[in-house]
Write a protein that binds this ligand. Structure first.
Ligand SMILES: Nc1ncnc2c1ncn2[C@@H]1O[C@H](COP(=O)(O)OP(=O)(O)OP(=O)(O)O)[C@@H](O)[C@H]1O
Length: 264
């Protein structure tokens, strides 16, 4: 058998991160992802060798028993924590290759976060809270060029529109302490979407609400995600919510496996 020669000179081959960006459809990719918490002599291995692609516009649930590592995985996907093995690509960018500042800029531009607790800033109104991530854009992810941050006048219409679409058009000037729990969560959803992120990451975003309010907020998230064609990765204990998403991934004993939504 003749020896195989690769016809493409090495210098012309795409770099790994370019190759991922070229795939276009994958907004988040995890390759060989592993996390072991290390504190002194105590090692807590959570998972290793996980592979995951989140494609544009799809909704993905991550389920698993308490302590399985769901929040850990979400933090790694969102660049909020650093893996001990493997790599995460967000919007084609290799997270480990970015400076802290560039990683923060990418997170703000490409990802939205919604947690069980709203994390709205108490001293700002609902409108200001939703505008904030938009006002912080304009920082470069690559290279040293920095874009100009937008002005309040530029971002306000989008923030108002989003607050109206989550049913808070009449609460724009209320501070978080003057909103109900469901209203606060809806404001947090609006905030997560203001930069038209490629993907929203949700960690039990409705876990703190009564069933009815949870259903309203969850429906809103799905509607808005679909309208904006934003991907959604949702950690949830609630299997009735999980089965309404396009794909369900179960984290079990350090491995991630896909299960049929109808079976959860
Ligand atoms: N900072 C940390 N240091 C050491 N161990 C940690 C740390 N954070 C989490 N762990 C451990 O890692 C494992 C996974 O935690 P994680 O919070 O990701 O689980 P989870 O699946 O989200 O759980 P739950 O559903 O209960 O929120 C747990 O056993 C936890 O004790």
């Amino acid at each position: 058998m003749s020896e195989h020669h690769d016809p493409v000179p090495a210098t012309l081959k795409p770099r790994r991160d370019e190759a991922v960006a070229a795939q276009g459809d994958s907004v988040i990719r995890a390759e060989g992802l592993g996390k072991t918490y290390r504190e002194g002599k105590l090692n807590t291995p959570v998972f290793d060798g996980l592979h995951l692609d989140v494609y544009a516009g799809e909704t993905v649930a991550i389920i698993g028993a308490s302590g399985a590592g769901k929040s850990t995985l979400l933090h790694l996907l969102g660049g909020l924590d650093v893996p001990t093995a493997g790599e995460v690509y967000v919007d084609g960018h290799r997270m480990s290759k970015l400076s802290d500042r560039a990683r923060g800029a990418l997170r703000n531009r490409a990802l939205g976060f919604v947690y069980q607790f709203h994390h709205l800033l108490p001293e700002f109104t609902a409108l200001e809270n939703v505008m904030l991530p938009a006002l912080l854009t304009g920082q470069a992810v690559d290279g040293d060029k920095r874009g100009k941050p937008p002005t309040v006048a530029e971002v306000e219409p989008k923030a108002r529109e989003l607050l109206e679409s989550v049913g808070l058009g009449h609460r724009l000037q209320h501070k978080p302490g003057e909103l109900s729990g469901g209203e606060r969560q809806r404001a947090a959803v609006a905030r997560a979407l203001v930069n038209r992120p490629a993907c929203v990451l949700g960690d039990e975003p409705t876990g703190n609400l009564d069933d009815r309010t949870a259903a309203t907020v969850f429906d809103l998230m799905l509607d808005l995600n679909r309208a904006q064609r934003t991907s959604l990765v949702l950690v949830t204990h609630d299997r009735s919510l999980a089965r309404r998403l396009d794909r369900v991934l179960e984290l079990h004993e350090g491995k991630l496996r896909e299960v049929a939504p109808s079976s959860v």
